[in-house]
Write a protein that binds this ligand. Structure first.
Ligand SMILES: Cc1cc2nc3c(=O)[nH]c(=O)nc-3n(C[C@H](O)[C@H](O)[C@H](O)COP(=O)(O)OP(=O)(O)OC[C@H]3O[C@@H](n4cnc5c(N)ncnc54)[C@H](O)[C@@H]3O)c2cc1C
Length: 364
């Protein structure tokens, strides 16, 4: 039974692993190493939509586990208040800037949208199949609720393991280099994972998002939009209302390579302003509200297998990877943390069937 577990990465996957490992009955000592701050990457800048049954066969079981864990963690730790957990309806809407509205949709359009701009509405999910969290608040609260978790703000520069031995993780903190000893290391560094584990290919793409403050409460409707602008271009921002703000994200791009640290991600204000302009077509609240954040982050994609890579890393003694969750990391984060804790402390994953996500299937 491992006594010392070190996790690299304080995004939703790393903090969820920390939570479930620290609550495991075998009581291992758990250390989390984060280079910038908790949820400084995509886990602090994502929309936060959770979906029960929108997933492919290979991740369906993990998603079901994770969706239910989100509900039970919210119940256990007052997540409705602390991180805005709530069930919601999810709609697909289409509209055209300056065009005439559709004529039979008025009753299904949430009251904070411009009824005269929307041409069609379709339901994608109900309050029994979709929900939301505020991802950064979730991550911060889950760190607080982890048991005796030791958090180090430092940059992990090397995993000290070979095929037969594991020593730990080399970390740089404010100019000092030290080694944190470990019996097991979990690498949950999102798009940075490949920099520590070259055999695990994770690629990434940048995405911008904004938040707009609201003084009024907004109905729980997540929106997948398709908006034809006057210029002829079609844009597809996703919009997620929260307690005191509305979040919206735009397109992805490959213009700027992933920087060394999450806090150094470059933000293109023009792209953020475009998101504001685009979503203003849909809602006056969005047009008139104050922009409270313009931000960017990197989506992590596993280049092997049909979903994230979760399992022991081939060729390295006692190193686990959990990364590459693409656009479903907030939804599938808690489930990933749970299965990682089972893999390490119970030697067997029983909560979900994730066999096809095991990197050993794809890497020798
Ligand atoms: C615009 C956008 C919207 C999204 N919306 C949703 C959504 O609505 N629902 C959903 O389910 N998913 C969504 N996602 C996807 C989700 O955000 C990601 O899949 C998820 O956040 C990945 O989490 P992670 O913990 O693997 O990685 P990250 O959040 O990237 O965390 C990795 C962490 O590791 C740290 N780190 C990296 N290298 C080191 C190192 N060497 N030493 C120490 N620390 C290190 C980083 O600082 C970072 O904090 C969205 C993504 C984007 C970009």
């Amino acid at each position: 039974m491992p006594q010392r577990i070190v996790i690299v990465g304080g995004g939703i996957v790393g903090v969820s692993a920390a939570y479930f490992l620290s609550h495991h009955p075998s009581s291992p000592s758990v250390t989390l190493i984060e280079a910038s701050s908790i949820a400084s990457g995509a886990s602090g800048k994502a929309g936060g939509l959770l979906a029960l049954d929108w997933h492919g066969t290979e991740t369906a079981s993990l998603a079901r586990l994770s969706y239910n864990l989100h509900a039970s963690l919210a119940e256990l730790h007052n997540g409705r208040e602390r991180w805005g957990y709530r069930e919601l309806n999810t709609l697909e809407i289409s509209c055209e800037e300056g065009a005439k509205p559709g004529n039979d949709q008025a009753s299904t359009i949430p009251d904070w949208l411009r009824k005269d701009a929307i041409q069609s509405v379709r339901s994608l999910g109900s309050t029994s199949t979709t929900a939301q969290v505020h991802p950064r608040l979730f991550c911060e609260a889950i760190v607080q609720e982890s048991k005796d978790l030791h958090v180090i703000i430092g940059h992990a520069t090397k995993i000290l393991a070979d095929a037969e031995h594991i020593q730990g993780v080399q970390v740089e903190t404010e100019g000092d280099t030290s080694i944190i000893g470990a019996d097991v290391v979990v690498v949950a560094a999102g798009p940075w994972t490949t920099r520590l584990l070259p055999s695990i290919p994770i690629s990434s793409q940048r995405a911008h998002s904004i938040t707009i403050g609201t003084n009024t409460s907004v109905s729980p409707h997540a929106l997948f939009t398709s908006i034809k602008m006057k210029t002829g271009s079609v844009v597809t921002p996703e919009i997620y209302p929260r307690k005191q703000e509305i979040y919206a994200c735009g397109d992805i791009d490959n213009l700027v390579p992933l920087p060394k640290l999450a806090k150094d991600v470059s933000v293109d204000e023009v792209r953020c302003k475009d998101i504001v302009k685009n979503v203003s077509v849909v809602s006056e609240l969005l047009e008139m509200g104050e922009v409270t954040a313009m931000q960017a982050c990197y989506l992590p994609y596993s280049e092997i297998g049909p979903g994230p890579s979760i399992g022991w890393v081939p060729g390295l003694q006692n190193v686990v990877v959990a990364a590459g969750h693409s656009c479903w990391g907030i939804c599938n984060g808690p489930g990933t943390g749970k299965v990682v804790s089972e893999l390490i402390c119970d030697a067997r994953i029983t909560s979900a069937d994730i066999q096809s996500l095991d990197p050993a299937k794809y890497i020798k």
